[in-house]
Design a binder for this molecule. Sequence first.
Ligand code: NAP
Length: 432
Amino acid sequence: MPASTPAPVRIAILGPGTVGTQVVRLLTEQAEDLASRVGAPLEIVGIYVRDTAAERDPLIPRALLTDDVDALIAGADLVVELMGGLEPARSFILQAIGAGASVVTANKALLATHGPELFEAADAANVDLYFEAAVAGAIPLVRPVRESLAGDQVQRILGIVNGTTNYVLDEMTTRHLGYDVALKQAQELGYAEADPTADVEGHDAAAKAAILASLAFHQRVALEDVYCEGISAITAADVAAATESGHVIKLLAIAERADGGVTVRVHPALVPLAHPLAGVHGAFNAVFVEAQAAGELMFYGQGAGGAPTASAVLGDVVSVARHIATGGKGPRESNYAVLPVLPIGAASTRFQIRMNVPDRAGVLASVAETLASKAISIETVRQQAGAAGPGCAELIISTHRAPERDLESTVASLRESAAVNSVLSVLRIEGE
Ligand code: NAP
């Protein structure tokens, strides 16, 4: 008797945009290989669009387009959500889970905002909710942190998880462009949206930081728990000062264990040139993980783009389809820990403070006294006479590690001090 052909895994695609189109292409072009890897054919049963008559990429088979999302979800084993946004993506995912379908999504904003509700629903329905593409595009990161490091303890994650801001900062560093020029160039090249707010103000990175921290610390970390500062205040002078002190400025997503809890934050930081993250150029992403037993690990690659992101989505599709074909389910999200997410004031970091000061005797002693009065210890001091205008000097002080809240009050005191004309910038130093 010939062995019976396994039933196909029925896949619904919601949103054939930049990523969805490439997912459809790969599912079609690699159908035979994927069927062999899964142990059952993967069949796209429909592609949900709002307007079936609208012009589409020729890679999208018109016969599969439907605007009947209810029927599509009801007839699917696996729903791939690639629409983005909070609604209706959230409702469609809950509808799919309620109907017993597993879900693959690349939607970081949705997971960072409604993750707990969605994961609980998936657990209750005993289906998978996979999201490899949501954190760093093509870079395999979610599975390594969730599964490969499941026996270890992650201490700290430092990530460059937004390609737009890395591109802008890299152009400012390597080609000495101003912020506005570098951003305009990023928009012309398609790295930045016409409205770049979500990228440059750090919101996109904050959503990813929340997801990463949840994975790393085995607990739910919400978007509102993430402290967020973008790069729009970074100037060419900040970049030049960073170069002179042997650093580059990167927008980092940081999740780390701290005394009494964890801190999760996104902000620009000075990274020493010798650190692997300093060598991440252009729109590339990289995530540096420090684990107790494994030590230092680095994941590097393309954090966005249709085909790279589709690669991560397809990896999830194959894993989930295997579970469907064999009647199992992947590991559930682990959220047993209850470490408090501490306010930014509790984070402990090194700082570089750049000041415009009068070029006269006693200024350095006065500034040092202000720092000492707040128990902030100085590591290096650099002074450039004339750099800040006639009769002025630029004073650049790097501190030893100090709690952020002490630094804030120190900077407030420096701003009021007669020995300081103005505080030009305060940047955290990470990766040392
Ligand atoms: P996109 O190009 O804007 O495509 C979104 C698709 O969803 C379009 O086909 C759009 O249809 C459809 N859509 C949007 N809202 C809809 C609604 N309310 N009802 C029905 N259809 C709707 O987006 P994308 O860049 O492919 O991103 C998709 C997801 O992947 C997002 O969650 C994004 O954050 C994530 N992601 C993207 C990248 C990347 O590099 N692009 C990287 C990592 C993760 P219309 O064309 O009819 O508007």
